[in-house]
Design a protein around this ligand. Structure first.
Ligand code: NAD
Ligand code: ZN
Length: 337
């Protein structure tokens, strides 16, 4: 990220790990829609430039800084990337994604304000590493944001999904949404309805395990059909544009859980009475904890989370970003340096 509105491939040299840090050779790094919010739409405008993008990282341990005893050089790991102050009560609980200082921190994560993984190598604190040996590096990379954010988003719906016959809806079957489908199934959803505006994303939703995949115009009928007319127990909106949030209010069952994950800028009035059904719960999750990342890696090892990845070389990063902009990526684009 070289200047506002512009990311480019430049030479930055190989960083040396300081005390408590580890250098990773990057094996795979996902491109998240959030990267487009940063490059194209001025998200993180307060962060110091330049920095290296890439917050969804799988790497191989290449060098240990002073005082670091493990993991062993050569181990395959993924990076828990959210940045917190490290001192506030939330950070001390391990919930750095909800640091009390979040609004004033100089970065949101590794690759979001400080150097990330869209590079041959990067340096991170050893406390960020989670073992990921044996997993396909491209899949492993997607687990750290697409997987972790989806897992954390589903956490708040566990009670709603525990009931027999529970219905979950995933709006936006992109990088995050397609991983969310397997995670919802593992959390107990009996019927999963996937909604997207793109036909190829609906195919991806079926591949990921959705029972029904429909365009927005068909969503209300599909959810009524799946739920005996009651509506969805949980709706996860990974688009969160105006049209999807309008749809959410129609799909949700009374006392259902709405989880707004996307940063699409849509607005949903929270009023009584209003568009949302009575008893609705609303969550605005951000990323997830290191402990949750360990659980997501375990789910992937068990085969419960699948990712459709398409790999590009670092030199093809601009093309990959363009394809994501145009809505031409199905699943997750992953750079392999
Ligand atoms: P993506 O581009 O891979 O996927 C978005 C999907 O939404 C696409 O399949 C697209 O066709 C679909 N879509 C767009 N408009 C739609 C609509 N009106 N109805 C139904 N589907 C629609 O993006 P991604 O990387 O999966 O990220 C999704 C969103 O989540 C982005 O806004 C991103 O910034 C945000 N995000 C949030 C967090 C968090 O912690 N809350 C973390 C990562 C990403
Ligand atoms: Zn903090």
């Amino acid at each position: 990220m070289v200047e506002p509105g512009r990311a480019a491939l430049v030479d930055v040299g190989v960083p040396e790990p300081g005390p408590g840090q580890v250098r990773l050779d990057v094996l795979a790094v996902g491109i998240c829609h959030s990267d487009l919010h940063v490059v194209d739409h001025g998200a993180g405008a307060a962060w110091a430039l330049p920095f290296t993008l890439g917050h969804e990282i799988c790497g191989r341990v290449a060098a240990l800084g002073a005082g670091v005893e493990g993991p062993a050089v050569g181990a395959q790991v993924v990076v828990h990337a959210p940045v917190g102050c490290g001192r506030c009560p939330r950070c001390v609980q391990g919930r750095t994604n909800y640091c009390d200082e979040r609004r004033t921190l100089p970065a949101a994560g590794v690759g979001l304000g400080v150097d990330g993984g869209m590079a041959a190598a990067l340096v991170v604190g050893q406390e960020r590493l989670v073992a990921a040996d044996g997993l396909d590096p491209a899949l492993a990379a997607t687990l750290t944001d697409a997987g972790l954010t989806s897992f954390h988003a589903v956490e708040g719906c566990r009670d709603a999904l525990a009931a027999a016959g529970s219905v979950a809806v995933v709006i936006g079957v992109g990088g995050l949404g397609h991983l969310a489908i397997g995670i919802l199934r593992a959390a107990g959803a009996s019927r999963i309805v996937a909604v997207d505006t793109r036909e190829e994303a609906l195919d991806l939703g079926r591949w990921a395990g959705a029972d029904v995949a429909v365009a927005p115009a068909g969503a209300e009928a599909a959810v009524r059909g799946a739920s005996g007319g009651r509506g969805a127990d949980a709706v996860l909106d990974f688009a969160a544009v105006q049209s999807s949030l309008d749809l959410v209010a129609v799909l949700l069952r009374t006392a259902g859980e709405l989880v707004v994950v996307g940063s699409g800028g849509g607005v949903l009035p929270v009023t009584k009475p209003g568009p949302l059904p009575s008893g609705a719960g609303i969550r605005l999750p951000f990323w997830g904890s290191r402990k949750e990342l360990v659980e997501v890696v375990e789910l992937a090892r068990a085969g419960a989370v699948r990712a459709r990845t398409r790999t590009f070389g670092l030199g093809e990063a601009e093309e990959a970003f363009d394809e994501l902009r145009r809505g031409a990526i199905v699943g997750r684009a992953v750079l392999v340096p």
